[in-house]
Design a protein around this ligand. Structure first.
Ligand code: AMP
Ligand code: MG
Length: 485
C-alpha cells in the first residue's frame, strides 16, 4: 500500500477542460538525492519530519515512481514579459503533481520544478539548476519567515545529471508549495485565444477554490478582481517595506492569490538605493525596486483588460483606482510599525520622507539601519548616526525621531521590543546565498541549512551567527546574478 493513501490528495485543477493543461510525467534525473527537506513545513501536512524515514518520499518527488494518487500536469498560460505579450508560455519545466491538505484542511499545490520537458518547454530543456533552486528555496523560506505572502519550498533534490547553461551545471529539483499556481497569465491566455467560455469557467473555479467569499456578492467576478488587486497591493507593500526586489514581474509570475512567486534574479537591498535593479537583463530598469508598485498596477491593468468580457469596465476601473491608496495604506502601516510610530501625528510624512532621503544620499544599509533604530532603548543614538557619512544631518534626524517617539503612548522598552519583531536582523543577502551555493557545488549543504534556520526566525538574535547580519564583504556588493536558471 502506498504511503500516500493515508493523505487527502486531489488535483482540482484537472477538473478543468484539457485545453487548460497537458498530463505529463516527470522525467527523472540521475541519482537524485535530498539536499534539504523542510521538516517544519512538512509536519504541517502530516508528512515525515525526516525525508530518509520514508523512501517513497524521494521516489515520489524525484519522479522515479509517481504515486497513483498524483496526476502530474503542465499548465498552459501566457503573459506579458517586459511589457510585451507572449502567447507561448506554460509550465515548461514545472509540473503540478497534486494538491495536499494541511492539518486545517486547506488545499495546497505540490509542484515539482525542474521535472523535464513538457509541450510548453519551447527551446528550453525542462530543467532547473542547483544554483537557482537553492536561491528559490532560501528566498521563499526567508519571505515566509518575514511574514510576507509567498510560495513555499518543501524540499530540494540534487542529481548527477549535467544541465547546460553558461557552462555545465547540476540538475536539481524543487518541491514547491503554493495556494495556487494560477497566474494572471492564465486569464490572459484564455482572453487572447478568444476562449471566453473557458475563461468564465476558470473564474468560477478561482472563486470556488480561492475566493469563496465572492460567491454571495452581487457581482462575484468583479469582487474576485477586487480581491486579487487588494492582495497584490498587500504583497508589494511588504516588498517595499522590507527592501525586496523581485526582478521579473512579468504577468506570468504574478499569482492570482498575491503570493510572491517564481524567484529568479531577486535581491534584497543592502544600501538603500531606490532605483536598485537586481535583474541584469533589465536594461531599462522596468523592474527596479522603486518601480514595483507601479508595475503591480500595470500588471493588474493587463489582467483587467483580459477580464473585460466578464467584468464591467467601471468595476475594473474602480478596483484599479483603489490600488494606489490600498498599497500606500499597507505600506504606511508597515513603516509605522517598523519605526514604532503607531499614532498619526502632524509632521510624520516629512519625517518618513527625510529618512528615505538620508538613507539614499548616504548609502546606508537599510536592514541594519532599521534594526539599529529598534535598539534605541538600550543603545546610544550614536550607533545610528555612525551608519551615515553626513553625521550632522543624521544627528538632526535621529533627534527629531526620538522627540517624535516621546509622543507615543509607550515606554521606549516596549516600543523597541515591538520594533524588533518587525525589523529583521537577518535577510537573504545575495552574497549569503552565493556562499551557500559555492559550498553546495562541493556537496556540502551545511550553509543552506544554517541559512534556512536563521531566515526562519529573522527577528531573533542568534549570537553565534552575528556575522550573517553584518554588511556584505566587498565581493558581495552589487553582485551580478545570472538570469539563467
Ligand atoms: P521564468 O523566467 O522561470 O519565469 O520562465 C518563463 C517561461 O519559460 C515559463 O513558461 C517557463 O516554464 C519557461 N522556462 C524557463 N526555463 C525553462 C527551461 N529550462 N526549460 C523549459 N522551459 C523553461
Ligand atoms: Mg515564471
Amino acid at each position: 500500500m502506498s504511503f500516500w493513501n493515508a493523505f487527502s490528495i486531489t488535483t482540482r485543477y484537472a477538473e478543468l477542460p484539457r485545453s487548460f493543461f497537458t498530463y505529463v510525467q516527470p522525467t527523472p534525473l540521475e541519482n537524485t538525492r535530498w539536499v534539504i527537506w523542510n521538516s517544519k513545513l512538512a509536519t504541517q501536512f502530516g508528512l515525515p519530519e525526516e525525508p530518509e524515514s520514508n523512501t517513497e518520499l524521494l521516489s515520489s518527488f524525484s519522479g522515479e515512481h509517481v504515486p497513483a494518487v498524483f496526476s502530474p500536469l503542465a499548465m498552459k498560460y501566457a503573459g506579458h514579459q517586459f511589457g510585451g505579450y507572449n502567447p507561448d508560455l506554460g509550465d515548461g519545466r514545472g509540473l503540478l503533481l497534486a494538491e495536499i491538505k494541511d492539518k486545517e484542511g486547506n488545499s495546497v499545490d505540490l509542484h515539482l520544478k525542474g521535472a523535464g520537458l513538457t509541450p510548453y518547454s519551447r527551446s528550453g530543456d525542462g530543467r532547473a539548476v542547483l544554483r537557482s533552486t537553492i536561491r528559490e528555496y532560501l528566498c521563499s523560506e526567508a519571505m515566509a519567515g518575514l511574514g510576507i505572502p509567498t510560495t513555499r519550498a518543501l524540499g530540494m533534490m540534487t542529481s548527477d545529471t549535467p544541465v547546460f547553461r553558461e557552462g555545465y551545471e547540476t540538475g536539481a529539483l524543487l518541491v514547491r508549495m503554493a495556494e495556487t499556481h494560477i497566474r494572471f497569465g492564465h486569464f490572459e491566455h484564455l482572453f487572447y485565444s478568444n476562449l471566453l467560455s473557458e475563461q468564465k469557467l476558470l473564474a468560477d473555479k478561482v472563486i470556488e477554490w480561492h475566493y469563496p467569499q465572492c460567491i454571495a456578492k452581487d457581482k462575484p467576478y468583479a469582487a474576485m478582481f477586487d480581491e486579487i488587486a487588494d492582495k497584490t497591493a498587500y504583497m508589494i507593500a511588504h516588498w517595499q517595506a522590507v527592501g525586496f526586489a523581485h526582478g521579473v514581474m512579468n504577468t506570468d509570475n504574478m499569482s492570482i492569490t498575491g503570493q510572491t512567486f517564481d524567484y529568479g534574479p531577486f535581491g534584497f537591498l543592502d544600501d538603500y538605493e531606490p532605483s536598485y535593479i537586481c535583474n541584469h537583463s533589465d536594461y531599462q530598469g522596468r523592474y527596479a525596486f522603486n518601480q514595483q508598485p507601479r508595475i503591480g498596477l500595470w500588471n493588474l491593468s493587463a489582467l483587467a483588460h483580459s477580464l473585460s468580457s466578464l467584468i464591467e469596465k467601471s468595476d475594473l476601473e474602480s478596483s484599479l483606482e483603489k490600488y494606489e491608496t490600498r498599497l500606500g495604506h499597507y505600506f504606511s502601516q508597515l513603516m509605522r510599525k517598523k519605526l514604532g510610530l503607531l499614532s498619526k501625528q502632524e509632521g510624520d510624512s516629512r519625517l518618513f520622507e527625510s529618512m528615505f532621503e538620508l538613507l539614499s544620499q548616504n548609502s546606508v544599509d537599510y536592514t541594519r539601519f532599521m534594526r539599529a533604530l529598534s535598539y534605541l532603548d538600550s543603545q546610544d543614538k550614536q550607533t545610528v548616526v555612525d551608519l551615515f557619512l553626513d553625521r550632522e544631518a543624521a544627528t538632526l534626524w535621529v533627534e527629531l525621531y526620538l522627540a517624535r517617539c516621546e509622543k507615543e503612548d509607550k515606554s521606549a522598552e516596549i516600543r523597541c521590543k515591538e520594533m524588533r519583531r518587525v525589523n529583521p536582523k537577518y535577510i537573504l543577502r545575495n552574497y549569503l546565498a552565493q556562499q551557500a551555493i559555492n559550498k553546495a557545488k562541493d556537496g556540502d549543504y551545511s550553509e543552506i541549512k544554517t541559512l534556512s534556520m536563521l531566515l526562519a526566525s529573522p527577528f531573533d538574535e542568534h549570537p553565534r551567527f552575528e556575522s550573517y547580519a553584518q554588511l556584505p564583504p566587498e565581493w558581495g556588493k552589487k553582485m551580478e546574478i545570472s538570469c539563467s536558471s
